[in-house]
Design a protein around this ligand. Structure first.
Ligand SMILES: [Zn+2]
Ligand SMILES: [Zn+2]
Length: 210
């Protein structure tokens, strides 16, 4: 976690907006920031008001918050789909043009290329177990800085997804009372128990526990 005081956001209000939403500047957030900016430029996107842009994120890291801010792909609107594979990869769909781009972090990228001397010293200290908490914080800051300064093509491979299967729109469904607790529940989220009751997942979970 890096304090705002260290970072100069002059000329980069967009990144500042992401940091304000997320709470701190970190390498994860910068990954999301770089991919979102690249996707917007390449697909000609503005921030989505509705579901015209859809994001599939293959991880649940800090990066996701930059997408929510910049692309307008949010959990609430349903145009943020999380497939938690633990991969630094993202697919951005543009419903208006039918295009989709997938970004996957390059194996060849190593941190510190744009800030080599200081980074090398800190990494040596970290590997030797002698780095102070301040030095560890500084190293994280340099990672974020390096991600900001490196050419995008060094960080990610970008592929145009041929004939992409556009994710369906977020479903709307009526609510029905749960047969177990009686609370109103989105009908598509009710599960049928062995005795034929239609229960909410919270109740269904309880029923299977000893
Ligand atoms: Zn973070
Ligand atoms: Zn229930």
């Amino acid at each position: 976690m890096i304090t705002d005081a260290e970072m100069d956001y002059t000329g980069n209000e967009t990144l500042k907006t992401c940091v304000d939403f997320h709470g701190h500047l970190c390498p994860g957030l910068v990954y999301g920031y770089r991919v979102a900016m690249e996707a917007m430029a390449r697909l000609g996107l503005a921030r989505a008001e509705d579901e015209e842009t859809v994001l599939i994120s293959e991880n649940d890291s800090c990066a996701v918050d930059a997408f929510q801010v910049l692309l307008g792909t949010t959990l609430g609107k349903g145009n943020l789909i999380l497939r938690d594979y633990g991969k630094n990869a993202y697919t951005v769909f543009d419903r208006n043009t039918g295009r989709a781009l997938r970004f996957i972090r390059r194996k060849s990228y190593v941190y510190g290329g744009t800030v080599p001397e200081e980074y090398a010293v800190l990494e040596e200290k970290m590997n030797g177990g002698t780095a102070t908490p301040e030095e560890l914080k500084r190293q994280k800051y340099l990672k974020a800085l390096d991600l900001l300064q490196s050419p995008f093509g060094d960080l990610y491979d970008t592929e145009e997804v041929a004939g992409p299967d556009m994710p369906p729109y977020a479903p709307l469904a009526p609510s029905l009372p749960c047969d177990c607790c009686g609370e109103m529940t989105m009908a598509t989220r009710l599960v049928t128990s062995i005795d034929g009751k239609r229960c909410c997942r919270a109740c269904a979970g309880k029923e299977t526990k000893p």
